[in-house]
Design a protein around this ligand. Sequence first.
Ligand code: GLU
Length: 335
Amino acid sequence: MPASLSLGVPTTRLAPSPTGALHLGNVRTFLITWALARRLGWRIVLRIEDLDTPRVKPQTIALTEDLLTWLGLAWEGEVVLQSRMRDAHVLAMQQLASRSCVFPSPKLRSEGLATETPQSAPNEGAHEMRFGPELRPPTRPSEFADDAPTWRFATPNETIEFTDLFAGPQRVCPASTVGDFVVWSRREGSPLGQAAYQLAVVVDDAAAGVTHVVRGNDLIDSTGRQLLLLRELGLPAPAYVHVPLVRGSDGKRLAKRHGDTRLDAYRARGVRAERVVGLMAAWCGVLPREQPQEMALAEFVERFSLATLSQEDVVYGPQDEAWLLGESQRSGGTR
Ligand code: GLU
């Protein structure tokens, strides 16, 4: 329980993965995070999750920071780059090894990526990827050495329960969905491994004193894995706020296939930040869904409430893009 951290300043984080620039789905989650933090007096830190991909261009990181600033978001202290947290990640692996709950293993065919990212994380249905007790070595080492293609967490067969501050009571069973998940993985073409997403996120959140995690509800399943790691590492669990995703009209999570929904593409087309915030207001229950209006960030913060945020995903439709680009205004407001 987060008793020790409750003595400190409540803290949340913005944790973009710089694999592509921010899109409208990220923007919605970040504005919700920002509004909650401003209203409830939480500190905000910015962590760039640059372990997800072998090649993160420095200009992509700079663009992410620039876009957040353009929206009006700010953060305290130095920006944390996950790739610079290696020492803390190694220490955590040593601790997990000393508790015999991790073991070295070969990489499975389907695990070509350097790390298990939230988006690529094997979940239900990925049975051929599931490592279970029958594949564990008979004895587990008590020390960590960065000399195996992957290290896995020996997932206990138990159901993890937590109460999400927005999504409500949750029950997840990592042993049956993902089994022994990867916590450390060797990078392609490198003699060294690095922390996988599940491990990096808990270590980095704890290092930054994060007490409140606000993120997309596609990560609820990952939260079960993260709570197991936190327990073994003796770290307090943060409070979780998992919010619905933005999807394309085909029902899939907003991505490249839905056209160019990157924030910098809209900015380059002359869309003002207030217009983006106004669309987010319509997507977050601040304004009626079909009636976006330009809005200053401060007003969004004042009017936002989790109580009026829908539990349903947002579907990004052509009318949203038309409004963002101001086409509805030019054509006299008809839609
Ligand atoms: N970096 C992840 C993303 O951009 C978020 C991970 C997290 O919040 O734990 O989706």
